[in-house]
Design a protein around this ligand. Structure first.
Ligand SMILES: NC(=O)c1ccc[n+]([C@@H]2O[C@H](COP(=O)([O-])OP(=O)(O)OC[C@H]3O[C@@H](n4cnc5c(N)ncnc54)[C@H](O)[C@@H]3O)[C@@H](O)[C@H]2O)c1
Ligand SMILES: O=P(O)(O)OC[C@H](O)CO
Length: 335
């Protein structure tokens, strides 16, 4: 890798993008940070006040004003590393004007925990197939990491996965800080799919809470969820992995239990009787699991893994089945 000052662009303007901007800026390795977001109004606000008006607004933004832009073509052209941070459902729209040639030679880092709708591909597969990015130029960031806690500098562990573990280590050296520790992994598929699935299980967890189940039941649900997750990632990408590592079990636990979890909050509202639309409107944040379960339902037609928790979430969200009845039926299948 060349030795010039690395230029890294964060693509997206939500909570995790804002937290990633903070980590990159607080990390002491020399680099130039660029930031793209859709809203020209938010770009102007951040340039003027150095805070994101909509997400993690207490975080001070230490990015040069001229490097914050709503022109994605320009931001990408100036960067060596692209840190993708748009929810998976909106990734195609965000990259619609970008050609494979414009991404040639760039390293792609995905901080997204979702599947691209209609394509039913995890982000690494999507960037590889649609933009011809070599798999060895793709890195995934995962692990139990709520943006809100990063904003408060609470100690957090990220797993940085790539088929090229040297590249993963290079990126890890760009985000390590006093409050961010990094773990390098070569399990890019397992890491991505585990992050997708934990969002679905967090929705299940929220639904159970919403319909009135307690902590005793939730612990059984999550014990079953980790087995279901392991069976699925082993079917998709059978390598030797320890599912108890933080990128798998850790992320499931934080999402299923944390007060900050978008997916659990969304599920809780569904369990309490909100419609999908009203729950989404109420949140101003994106619960990836809602989109992911539709894709996962399709992907699993190929693998045919027994996934009763995912089936219940799909039935509730896409077949409008009663959360109360689905969870009662699911409870009979758990052990
Ligand atoms: N928030 C976290 O703690 C966290 C941690 C790790 C990974 N992630 C992942 O990061 C990714 C981004 O999530 P987030 O939590 O930062 O999002 P968020 O919920 O904080 O913000 C929503 C984002 O989606 C964008 N958006 C909403 N509607 C849109 C539309 N119609 N078209 C285009 N963009 C739209 C918003 O502009 C904003 O950038 C997700 O894949 C998520 O799973 C989030
Ligand atoms: O817990 P959620 O649903 O907000 O997801 C955020 C992160 O993925 C947690 O690691």
């Amino acid at each position: 890798m060349q030795n010039h000052k690395k230029k890294i662009a964060v693509i997206g303007g939500g909570s995790w993008a804002t937290a990633n901007i903070k980590m990159l800026a607080d990390n002491s390795n020399e680099k130039e940070i660029l930031w793209w977001m859709r809203s020209a109004q938010n770009v102007e606000h951040i340039r003027k006040f150095h805070h994101n008006p909509n997400y993690l607004s207490s975080v001070e933004i230490k990015v040069p004003e001229q490097n914050i832009s709503d022109n994605i073509t320009d931001v990408i052209a100036k960067s060596d590393f692209l840190l993708l941070n748009v929810p998976a459902a909106f990734l195609k729209a965000a990259l619609k004007d970008i050609t494979p040639a414009e991404l040639a030679g760039k390293k792609i880092i995905s901080a997204i925990k979702g599947i691209v709708p209609d394509e039913n591909q995890i982000i690494a597969e999507f960037m590889h197939h649609h933009y011809h990015v070599p798999m060895t130029d793709i890195v995934v960031i995962s692990g139990p990491c709520h943006a809100e806690e990063v904003a408060q500098e609470k100690l957090s562990y990220l797993t940085i996965a790539s088929l090229d573990t040297e590249l993963a280590a290079v990126f890890a050296s760009m985000v390590n800080t006093r409050y961010i520790k990094t773990i390098v992994s070569d399990d890019i598929y397992g890491t991505e799919y585990a992050a997708v699935l934990k969002n679905i299980y967090a929705i299940a967890s929220g639904i159970c809470h919403g319909v009135g189940y307690g902590d005793n039941f939730q612990s059984v649900l999550i014990s079953n969820a980790i087995r279901e997750l392991e069976n699925f990632v082993d079917a998709v990408h059978p390598i030797d992995r320890d599912i108890k590592e933080s990128a798998y079990l850790g992320d499931l636990l934080v999402t299923a239990y944390s007060q900050f979890s978008r997916n659990r909050t969304f599920g809780n509202m569904i369990g309490k009787g909100y419609t999908v639309t009203s729950a989404q409107l109420e949140m101003n944040m994106v619960a990836e699991g809602y989109y992911a379960i539709k894709c996962l339902h399709e992907v699993n037609k190929q693998y045919k893994v027994n996934m009763p928790i995912c089936d219940a979430v799909y039935a509730i969200l896409y077949e409008r089945r009663s959360p109360y009845i689905e969870m009662k039926n699911l409870a009979e299948k758990l052990c």
